[in-house]
Design a protein around this ligand. Sequence first.
Ligand code: 13P
Length: 216
Amino acid sequence: MKHLIVANWKMNPSTLEEAKDIFNQVKETGAVICPPFVYLSALGANGAQDCFYEDKGAFTGETSFLMLKNLGVEYVILGHSERRKYQKETDAIIGKKIKASLAADLKVILCVDRISQIKNALKKIENWKLKIGNLVIAYEPLFAIGTGKACPPERAEKMRVAIKKVLGESVLVLYGGSVNSQNAKDYVAKASFDGLLVGGASLKPKEFIDIVKIAC
Ligand code: 13P
């Protein structure tokens, strides 16, 4: 696959049956599929939507980076804007999660809508450069998430360039925010992103398969 396509199912769907139905239709695409934690095992998915920075212990309700690793999960989304908003996650907390995940050789997809979030999250990770191959940045402008108003590709491209300036050319940068089969090409071809982080459209198997086909 030429580009990295990631499906963020968020808190959907409501039953395992539906989750299996969607998963079975998209699993051959080669995309990273990030379902809710409760479905990870049953699906054998390769991505997760978050993790906690301690490996185990008295942290009720949390799921550790180590549990994901031991389950065979490869990628973890961290710092999603919805977690920043609803769970009040700060750059410092996200930084701890990144540090623990990279140390366990999980691939981290760090979601940001501005450069300062990258700098702040990486501040206390001395050796992040050594792990740069396992760090992916998803540029997700707040106004474009779940609104149907995708970011103009020219504007998104400026951020892609700025992110590579900070982290180096080798880091993969994805675009996320109201991606669909109509606009997917704009981001991977026109704006030269390395891939896409897809929310709503990733729950519609036909639409998602089209996105993957267009982007590859
Ligand atoms: P939508 O594709 O639904 O706008 O969501 C984007 C997103 O938040 C992916 O992480």
